[in-house]
Write a new protein. Structure first.
Length: 158
């Protein structure tokens, strides 16, 4: 990926978005920026970044090797930020809600999560996520790139 490319997280320019974080040149300036860089790390197969960007209280939940296996098993396709309020300067905890579409074993899927972040010594870290299972109606757009309604696509068997 070149620095002039579109960022894997969907932002226009990789060099001005996730690349500085992934290359260790900068820390994410906000919880949303950290979440976007972690998403990009999954796409770019950077398990060490995923490990290092976890808060120390939860860092040992997965090894770097487990994170690498997870990166290889899932092919993320798109990211949508649903809610990411910018925390006040003195706040030490923040949340980002997002939806990520992926392909695993040739099957489309998505995850919708509300991730929690802690700020420690001026740096944001990922702590954990609460998984949400939104109830999609048949007329809602499907999350896959087919362009159909949920009821005509992945929701037809529900």
């Amino acid at each position: 990926m070149t620095s002039e490319s579109t960022c894997p997280c969907g932002s226009p320019k990789y060099s001005e978005c996730c690349q500085p974080c992934l290359d260790g040149q900068a820390h994410a300036k906000s919880p949303e920026a950290l979440m976007r860089s972690r998403y990009s790390a999954y796409i770019e197969l950077r398990p060490q970044y995923l490990y290092d960007s976890r808060h120390s209280s939860t860092r040992n939940k997965r090894t770097v090797q487990e994170l690498e296996e997870n990166c290889k098993a899932i092919s993320f396709q798109s990211l949508t930020i649903l809610e990411a309020p910018l925390p006040e300067e003195d706040e030490k905890e923040a949340f980002v809600e997002f939806r990520a579409v992926f392909k695993k074993n040739e099957e489309w899927g998505y995850t919708q999560e509300k991730s929690r972040f802690f700020k420690e010594d001026g740096q944001w870290f990922f702590v954990d996520s609460q998984f949400n299972d939104p109830q999609l109606k048949p007329e809602d757009p499907c999350w896959c790139p087919e362009g159909q309604s949920f009821g005509q696509c992945h929701g037809r068997d529900k």
